[in-house]
Design a binder for this molecule. Sequence first.
Ligand SMILES: [Zn+2]
Length: 59
Amino acid sequence: MESLLSETLLSVIACPQCKGSLVLQKEPLELVCPACKLAYAVVEGKPLLLVEKARQLNS
Ligand SMILES: [Zn+2]
């Protein structure tokens, strides 16, 4: 499930805020937007691409 996420989804999904590309991060499994410094959770193999649900990263 995780490899499917990284290979297939990662090529088509984008940050809902800036439309930039996301970086898959493990432990915790999150999709990170370096530009917005936001981390989107992955719930049951599906990325939760909502800005209001994203976790703010400390720079
Ligand atoms: Zn972004």
